[in-house]
Design a protein around this ligand. Structure first.
Ligand SMILES: [Zn+2]
Length: 324
């Protein structure tokens, strides 16, 4: 296994160094931005770098509503990551639960095909009661974010929080497995969803979609507060320069807010981007007193956002000079 992992990393670095030769890259060129992204990524964000900079047009999404992979290809065990914060996603899609003194706030809800197993059964496996889910925060209106929202709304009375723009996009969707969630609360930029001793700040970060929302909140590690930033839409938009510019602006905005909040953990919608699956394995091997593998520190969080910003810059430069 070690040899296979090393081979993959070598293959990636070979690809990256071919494509991202910093050398004498002209200022402002795609090559220069990609070199900066590569430097920021280091070995922490190779998945993010490969997705956003190297092959942004080949999205590894983990199926669709109509192309459902076999369970073994998507199912991931639920994991307690911090004292009051839990991973509930699939192998490729992030979904998280913040447990508060007055109930649970869920962040994103995977594809419908995985919702019952990962969210409802996942919470039960962790010793949490799905009936205590009070809020479901939807980062954006794509099927891999909203799949379990209607279920949680109908079965447990959870309130769905989504932006006005993406709520409208969801309303227009057809053939939504499990049904479309209704927006109970419309996101206002900078507002907080507060529940018991927990609070999540909602940050409008358009780009991936017009109404993408990101989240900043505090979890506990050994009783001490740790601030998390969750980028609500990882992949670059493929719809041209205005959306890419929007993504870039949002990336910088969220990076600034994360820094001001002393965020030391960066998560996103896809596990390849925040390296969640690797970190979950490291959690399993963690010994008492060792650092939580999800804690990147402030510098690590800053590097996370630099990768996205530089890859967006590279994509914009490529639009100006096709083939670069
Ligand atoms: Zn999406």
């Amino acid at each position: 296994m070690k040899i296979r992992v090393a081979a993959c990393v070598l293959a990636l670095s070979a690809l990256v160094s071919t494509d991202l030769s910093a050398g004498a890259a002209p200022p402002g060129s795609a090559e220069e931005h990609m070199a900066k992204a590569k430097e920021a990524a280091g070995m922490d964000f190779t998945g993010l770098l490969s997705q956003l900079c190297v092959t942004p047009d080949v999205f590894i999404g983990g199926g669709s509503n109509t192309n459902i992979p076999p369970r073994a290809a998507w199912y991931a065990e639920p994991v307690k990551v911090f004292d009051n914060f839990y991973f509930l996603g699939t192998k490729t899609h992030g979904a998280w639960a913040l447990n508060t003194s007055d109930g649970i706030i869920l962040i994103d809800t995977v594809f419908n095909y995985a919702a019952e197993a990962e969210l409802v059964d996942g919470l039960k496996t962790l010793g949490l009661d799905p009936a205590k889910v009070k809020y479901v925060l939807i980062s954006h209106g794509h099927p891999d974010r909203i799949g379990g929202a209607r279920l949680l709304q109908e079965r447990f009375g959870a309130k769905v929080v989504v932006s006005g723009e993406d709520g409208a996009a969801i309303d227009k969707m057809t053939d939504v497995p499990g049904g479309k969630p209704k927006a109970d609360i419309i996101v206002k930029d900078g507002e907080k969803i507060t529940l018991g001793d927990g609070a999540v700040t909602l940050v409008s970060t358009p780009g991936h979609t017009v109404g993408t929302t990101s989240f900043i909140f505090t979890v506990k590690e050994g009783g001490k507060p740790v601030t998390v930033v969750y980028q609500g839409g990882m992949a670059l938009p493929g719809s041209g320069a205005p959306a890419l510019t929007s993504y870039l602006t949002s990336q910088r905005k969220l990076a600034g807010l994360a820094e001001a909040a002393n965020a030391s953990v960066a998560l996103t919608t896809h596990t390849m981007g925040d390296n969640t699956q690797v970190k979950l394995r490291l959690m399993a091997a963690r010994k008492a007193g060792e650092a939580n593998p999800f804690e990147l520190g402030k510098q690590g969080v800053a590097r996370y956002f630099t990768v996205g910003a530089e890859c967006a810059e590279a994509a914009l430069a490529r639009l100006k000079r096709p083939g670069a």
